[in-house]
Design a protein around this ligand. Structure first.
Ligand SMILES: [Zn+2]
Ligand SMILES: [Zn+2]
Length: 321
């Protein structure tokens, strides 16, 4: 019999972990550059040091190729997860598995599974969760790029990080349309080597992601943002005190208004966070420290705390009428 059969959940989890490893490395290409030149705003750093950026990108090609390989691997695993949802045995289809009359145990990982090239067809033939032609086109391009890298050590194409980012967003939306991108970004960042090293006091995973979040927001197009988060990119974002408190470690130095991950509900009575999912009651009061007027109004520690700048204005300020 075959042991250690994969499950949809186990494959999907590895697919997402691989996807966000690629994302982390991709954002690192910009953030390392801007940090080197001491400019916080990434697009300003690239514009101000454009010749250096072009030279830097030549040296970044092998990183970009590795990132594309990770994205391809992630999609391959996610496609296998969809097939596995029907039956893990379907992954062994047409792989020439030898059958033996003498009973023995075989570990699933020892067996050959469906080739990457056959996965889109297998998903669309065998499952009730088909993938689009657009996805198949992108997957095929990535697969052939990865093959070149694997067989020749490098690809002859020149990769632009922004094009890779566009592709990464599109792949996520096609593969996981019902998942929460920001919550996944946080959860899978916690399941890394770096995540393990955080102590929550000096550094934390929330800190890493809240540093990255303004960069992510700037790179997402209006359309991508709307599809990923269900809100207009231009809509005002508020601080989630749960997430900010987790991220505001001793070494964090967070740029508070930029860390907004929460949205005001249509009635203006609560804010809901797209990272942790928390919803907390708010009241309209004029902040004493900024132009904001959405303040915590719940029974926990955040009564009187401004959702724009994070400052505690106390409980004596009267609500706006
Ligand atoms: Zn939150
Ligand atoms: Zn404020």
């Amino acid at each position: 019999m075959i042991t250690n059969l994969p499950t949809q959940e186990s494959l999907n989890k590895v697919a997402l972990r691989t996807y966000f490893r690629a994302w982390n490395d991709l954002i690192g290409i910009w953030s390392d550059f801007s940090m080197h030149f001491g400019i916080v705003h990434i697009k300003s750093a690239v514009a101000m040091w454009s010749d250096e950026w072009s030279e830097y990108l030549l040296e970044a090609q092998s990183d970009l190729q590795a990132i594309c390989s990770l994205l391809q691997q992630s999609m391959e695993l996610a496609l296998k997860a969809r097939i596995c949802a029907v039956s893990p045995y379907l992954l062994l289809l047409d792989t020439g598995m030898k059958l033996s009359a003498s009973p023995k145990q075989i570990d699933f990982s020892e067996l050959r599974t469906l080739d990457a090239v056959d996965l889109p067809g297998a998903v669309n033939t065998l499952t009730d969760s088909p993938i689009s032609d657009d996805f198949i086109g992108k997957y095929t391009t990535l697969r052939s790029l990865r093959n070149k890298i694997m067989h020749l050590g490098e690809a002859s194409v020149s990769l632009a990080p922004e094009a890779v980012l566009r592709q990464a967003v599109s792949l996520y939306l096609s593969m996981w349309p019902d998942r929460n991108w920001l919550s996944d970004r946080l959860n899978f960042a916690a399941q890394t080597r770096q995540g393990w090293l955080h102590d929550g006091k000096y550094t934390s995973t929330h800190m890493d992601i809240l540093h990255e979040w303004p960069i992510d927001v700037e790179f997402f197009t209006k359309g991508e943002f709307k599809k990923l988060f269900g809100h207009d990119k231009s809509k005002r974002r508020y601080l989630c005190h749960y997430c900010v408190d987790e991220g505001d470690t001793r070494y964090a130095g967070l740029d508070k208004p930029g860390c907004g991950t929460a949205y005001l509900d249509p009635a203006g009575k609560a804010v809901s966070c797209i990272m942790c999912g928390a919803t907390v009651a708010v009241v309209r009061k004029k902040c004493t420290d900024c132009e904001g007027n959405v303040v915590g109004d719940n029974d926990d520690d955040w009564t009187g705390r401004c959702h724009t700048c994070g400052v505690d204005i106390g409980e004596d300020v009267e609500p706006l009428s």
